[in-house]
Design a protein around this ligand. Structure first.
Ligand SMILES: O=C(O)/C=C/C(=O)CC(=O)CC(=O)O
Ligand SMILES: [Ca+2]
Ligand SMILES: [Mg+2]
Length: 388
């Protein structure tokens, strides 16, 4: 039986999946239990877990996810085979999913309102479409990296206020966005839409996302087609994929949606999520964004993403957009926290606005789990390296 410390965020109510390796061995699928990683290829003797990503297992579908979760629960409550258990401190974690397509939404009303005020001070902060559909953009799947990967400061064109022409150079307003990401387990055919009720059987689980953002590059390039190089240089994700099956107790209604969404976006059952995020900058906690405040649910996001008949695939990752609450200490991006750099924050005796080289940002999250427990998402962390 595996020892699970009291109050562990990785008890039997959680059981997140990841891809790990031990020195000299190939990456393979494991499940986290307490402070241990159980090697599923060894413990369950199945080849589908001897792979360097979760994709093959996810593609087996929802019934199989339910059965394997049951099997793991029984296994770790009894005798786990020798050689199948590793201390989490002794393994290396890899990107858990071979990311197919990557989409980023914009689902926090508080964040969208703040960014509207900052980026477009002369217009209404929310565009007329915002309460009718979950606004999003397609990102760059190939630059999604696992937590712990250093992020090189991007260079590009940027034009500071008052300058009449752009210059080329390292980003001067490097920022983060604290988000939740949803991983599609089973995809859908081209020419069909995923009905909103199929969310829970198609989405495998959730990860933490840091959508690193170069605000100066973004501000110059984004009109009228949206984010491009200001976002595509790196997107970090946490290594543990928390199964949707572990998030039943976290489900809550989204905030009231007025006007009523069109029928394809009407939720038959609530998929808002009561998840508490926390953002630390060089080890100092500076924000606690509440996911329950998100206007659009992940079920609505998937329905919208496919409503035009776009296919979805195993390994698709769609992020929620920055999680920000109504309070200042609940903002999930530094551009909001510092109001565009005008109101620096103090971290450990230093005043900061945007990221400096060497800075490290860590996002964590917890949620209510079964039987009154809490479950953890682990962390997504990354350090900024100088521009090359
Ligand atoms: O409003 C804008 O012009 C820009 C918005 C963002 O940068 C936010 C974004 O990437 C989506 C999100 O994370 O909410
Ligand atoms: Ca984002
Ligand atoms: Mg990004």
């Amino acid at each position: 039986m595996i020892d699970i410390p009291d109050g562990s965020l990785f008890g039997l109510a959680n059981l997140p999946y990841g891809v790990f390796s031990t020195p000299g061995s190939a990456p393979r699928v494991g499940v986290r239990v307490g402070d241990s990683v159980v090697d599923l290829a060894v413990a369950l003797g199945e080849e589908v877990f001897a792979r360097p990503s979760l994709n093959a297992f996810m593609a087996q579908g929802h019934d199989r996810w339910v059965r394997v979760r049951q099997q793991i629960t029984e296994l770790v409550s009894g005798e786990v085979p020798d050689g199948a258990v590793h201390p989490v401190a002794e393994v290396r974690m890899h990107l858990p999913v071979e990311v197919a397509d990557y989409v980023d939404f914009y689902a926090s009303e508080h964040h969208a309102t703040n960014l509207g005020r900052l980026f477009r001070p002369d217009s209404e902060p929310l565009m007329p479409n915002w309460k009718h559909l979950p606004v999003g953009y397609h990102g760059r799947a190939g630059t999604v990296v696992v937590s712990g990967t250093d992020v090189v400061r991007p260079s590009g064109q940027r034009r500071a206020p008052g300058e009449d022409a752009p210059t080329f150079g390292p980003c001067r307003r490097l920022d983060v966005e604290a988000e939740l990401g949803f991983v599609v387990g089973t995809g859908s055919e081209l020419g069909t839409a995923v009905p909103i009720a199929e969310f829970a059987t198609r989405v495998f689980g959730a990860v933490l996302v840091n959508d690193w953002s170069a605000r100066d590059i973004q501000a110059w390039e984004y009109v009228p087609l949206g984010p491009f190089l200001g976002k595509s240089f790196a997107t970090s994700v946490s290594p543990w994929v928390v199964p949707l099956l572990a998030l039943e107790q976290a489900r809550v209604a989204t905030p009231a949606q007025i006007p009523e969404p069109l029928p394809y976006l009407e939720e038959p059952e609530p998929w808002g999520l009561d998840i508490d995020l926390a953002v630390s900058w060089n080890g100092h906690e500076i924000s606690r964004p509440p996911y329950r405040e998100m206007y659009w649910s992940p079920a609505q996001m998937l329905a919208h993403l496919t409503v035009n008949g776009a296919a979805s695939r195993t390994g698709d990752l769609y992020a929620s957009g920055t999680v920000s609450g109504p309070e200042k200490h609940q903002r999930g991006a530094f551009v909001e926290l510092t109001w565009g750099g005008a109101e620096p924050v103090r971290i450990g005796g230093q005043e900061r606005t945007f990221l400096e080289d060497g800075d490290e940002v860590t996002i964590t999250a917890t949620a209510p789990g079964a039987d009154g427990t809490r479950i953890g998402f682990g962390e997504v962390t990354g350090r900024v390296l100088p521009a090359c």
